[in-house]
Ligand binder design. Structure first.
Ligand code: ZN
Ligand code: ZN
Ligand code: FE
Length: 759
């Protein structure tokens, strides 16, 4: 009995060797028919005996190719056509897209083997790739994912590559970016002015320059890196000075996990993460006395380490380098450079040489960052290797575009049960970053093939994205409160629905009362929230300026703690840079000039670091808090009290008693390591007491942890442990960042839930 069936597969099923795989399985079971890439998925029709058809689908579902991710498939019986063979037919563009573009994937072992085998025709060819590896998102211009819709369109295949491309049994069958030295892109080496340096071996030139201590701009998958020898103090300092990057940690690349283990504590889970095909930068605890320059990550507990992920990286990382600094090539607050001419002009004065190629990068994509905490991997920046793989939601929503927050920004499109997040955009402080924001929206619309009419944005009226939303007159605009978005983003990635207790602890976000929130206890579902409690307000003197100068926040907290005696304490702490600041401060605080109320936990971390003399000025957001975490290593008897009380139904957590006590301890010369440890312990205790109080009030036992403060591993691991011990179901971030990089997902799902239920 002969039957014919039609299947439509959706998910990551294009550009990952899915058609050759289908072709092979169909042939194995002597089925005729066809497979075709379309915008609505991969369509397969197979004809044969009933048993063969059953075997076919069983095999497809159970053993898809390594990079494929079938999110859904449909099947129906159709009329028998009596085809005599199984064919792969050319793509056609349909009306609605259901095809997901794969992220960029690290070079696979087979390609790597060929890269370093002298007889291979791609020996030392830095653009080697196959269906199982190589660039995807970053070379895409449109869908369907075919060579003519990528930046490889201008490289016609040579006869030999063509043969591989057409051969269903070849690893490069329909590998869209496939290339060889005859037909593909090539490298060149440029001087600081962008003039081509005549050489047969650009990679060797680059390596020699690195050994001399030069700064090299290297074109990668999603943008340029700036590279220097990570063991060379002078080179690292030179890079910092030229980039005006005072202290922010720099990522490093090492050859393999053995090298990573020499500089950091790399457990099995860190190893797996380093070696994963997404190849993120992995934050791993530093070892003492390594070869790495102390200027790479000053004051930090961790190194950000990654392994080579492009063939070019493997060629660069030879035995002469122990490690390279590989940091995004950009100016402060500007997006990563991608075009050759752009790089030469924007990196003038920074890079001594450029190692470039002529395959265009069409989508900017920074390196992703991840860490292991509480036994799970946690993405802290979701970009190359991860974007645009969707986060699969617990239910379907109408199409929504979420514009994200102001810093660590991403944008997100929700379509049905898939949330597509853009690569990391960054802080929207420069015109270039704003251009990148618009670019990211249009990339997402292209790859998700929709242009949502519902727009979610932050409640903050001053955010760039909120201003953009006000200009979108024929759209429905749904503002979402920042900390509610944090909680919903964590719910979304955990496919949670219904009411939860949400702890949103972060830097700053605009509250419904117009004040600066950031230490929030919410009772929330996807649609709505109630502010059940928060860290007791304190004044944030000078508003935004306080973020860069944490000593101002410290003074504000000391005033609360000591009243009129604050001056004396501040003097003993040597907290205030100049005498005249005392008078100014008194006035500012009395008259509350430009001083909103804040409940931010992040800013309290900053203040504690300032009180302890760790840092009075910060050069990047979160720096003081990260340094405090780095030294919180020493167990102690120091016990910091806190207050928890209810006022008009609102739970208020008062950390001023802790501030007073830790100041006393510091003045008693208790070691900073002990005080920092005690402060973390205090937060754990305070959170558990507050959360238990809310459980009694609401009967809820699911707790969601979100916000940038939970990047702090000491705090996250402590809270997860305490809350689980107390019988809570605890949910934290893993797939999307707990920082503001996850906000767009929360905004989108919140808006989607409101639209769905007619709000
Ligand atoms: Zn490969
Ligand atoms: Zn070729
Ligand atoms: Fe936030």
């Amino acid at each position: 009995m002969i039957k014919r069936k039609r299947y439509i597969f959706t998910g990551i099923v294009q550009g990952v060797g899915f058609r050759p795989f289908i072709h092979r399985v169909a042939k194995e079971h002597s089925l005729s028919g066809f497979v075709q890439n379309r915008s609505d998925g991969v369509v397969v029709e197979v004809e044969g005996s009933v048993e063969a058809l059953d075997d076919f689908i069983r095999e497809v579902i159970s053993r898809p190719p390594p990079l494929a991710d079938i999110s859904r498939f449909s099947q129906m019986e159709v009329d028998v056509l009596q085809d005599d063979e199984f064919r792969i037919i050319t793509s056609r563009k349909g009306d609605r897209g259901e095809v997901h573009i794969a992220p960029d994937i690290a070079v696979c072992d087979e390609c790597l083997h060929e890269l370093f085998s002298p007889p291979d025709r791609r020996y030392l060819y830095p653009f080697i790739n196959c269906t199982n590896c190589g660039p995807r998102l970053t070379i895409i211009r449109g869908v369907p994912y075919d060579r003519e819709n990528t930046s490889m369109a201008c490289f016609p295949l040579c006869p030999e590559c063509e043969r591989e491309y057409e051969n269903p049994h070849d690893r490069r069958f329909h590998a869209e970016p496939t290339a060889c030295p005859v037909c593909g892109p090539s490298l060149s080496f440029l001087d600081s002015e962008g003039n081509v340096v005549s050489t047969k071996n650009p990679v060797r030139e680059a390596k020699d320059a690195l050994l001399r201590g030069d700064v090299i701009a290297v074109k990668g998958l999603g943008g340029y890196h700036l590279a220097v020898d990570a063991t060379d103090d002078i080179a690292v300092i030179r890079l910092r000075n030229r980039k005006y990057r005072e202290a922010k940690p720099l990522a490093i690349m090492v050859k393999d996990v053995e090298h990573a283990s020499m500089i950091a504590h790399v457990g099995q889970k860190e190893k797996d993460l380093l070696l994963s095909r997404e190849r993120p930068i992995v934050l791993a605890k530093k070892k003492e006395n390594t070869k790495i320059s102390p200027h790479v990550a000053p004051g930090m507990a961790h190194f950000g380490i990654m392994l080579p992920y492009t063939p070019l990286h493997h060629m660069l990382m030879d035995e002469r380098f122990f490690a390279l600094v590989m940091t995004s090539a950009n100016h402060k607050d500007e997006p990563i450079c991608i075009a050759n001419r752009e790089a030469v002009s924007r990196l003038r004065g920074i890079a001594d040489f450029f190692l470039v190629h002529n395959r265009d990068i069409l989508v900017r994509c920074d390196d992703s960052i991840a860490m292991i905490a509480a036994g799970k991997s946690r993405v802290l920046r979701r970009s190359r290797g991860l974007s645009p793989k969707p986060v699969v939601l617990g239910e379907s929503y109408p199409e929504i575009l979420a514009l994200g927050p102001q810093i660590k920004s991403t944008v997100c499109i929700v379509k049905k049960d898939c949330a597509f997040l853009s690569p990391h955009i960054g802080d929207m402080e420069t015109p270039q970053a704003r251009d990148f924001f618009h670019e990211s929206v249009s990339v997402l619309q292209t790859i998700s093939e929709c242009a949502p009419k519902v727009i979610a944005c932050d409640l903050h009226p001053g955010y760039y994205s909120s201003r953009v939303s006000r200009g979108m007159s024929n759209h429905i605009i749904i503002p979402v409160q920042h900390h509610h978005a944090h909680v919903v983003s964590c719910m979304a990635e955990n496919a949670l629905s219904g009411k939860v207790i949400g702890l949103a602890m972060d830097g700053t976000g605009y509250g419904t009362d117009g004040q600066v929130w950031g230490g929030e206890f919410l009772v929330a579902d996807e649609r709505e929230f109630e502010r059940a409690g928060h860290i007791r307000y304190y004044l944030l003197p000078g508003g935004e300026a306080a973020i860069r100068e944490p000593w101002r926040i410290a003074v504000s907290l000391l005033q609360e703690a000591y009243g009129g005696a604050w001056r004396e304490v501040a003097e003993r702490l040597d907290l205030i840079p100049e005498k005249r600041h005392y008078e100014i401060f008194d006035r500012v605080m009395k008259l509350k000039i430009n001083s909103p109320y804040a409940s931010s936990l992040g800013r309290i971390f900053d203040a504690v670091a300032a009180i302890m003399g760790l840092r009075r000025h910060v050069s990047f957001e979160g720096q003081a808090a990260m340094e405090l975490e780095a030294i919180a290593v020493k167990d102690t008897d120091v016990d910091l009290p806190f207050g928890l009380f209810e006022k008009e139904g609102l739970l208020l957590l008062d950390l001023i008693p802790s501030i007073r006590e830790l100041t006393e301890a510091f003045l008693r010369r208790v070691p900073a390591e002990e005080i920092a440890f005690a402060f973390h312990q205090t937060l754990r205790r305070a959170f558990i007491v507050a959360t238990e109080t809310l459980r009694e009030k609401t009967g809820l036992h699911r707790v969601v942890l979100s916000g940038g403060c939970f990047q702090n591993r000491v705090l996250l691991e402590g809270c997860v442990m305490d809350l689980e011990d107390a019988g809570f179901e605890v949910y934290s971030h893993s797939l999307v960042p707990t920082n503001d990089g996850g906000i767009s997902l929360g905004q989108a799902v919140c808006a989607g839930a409101r639209i769905k239920r007619g709000v």
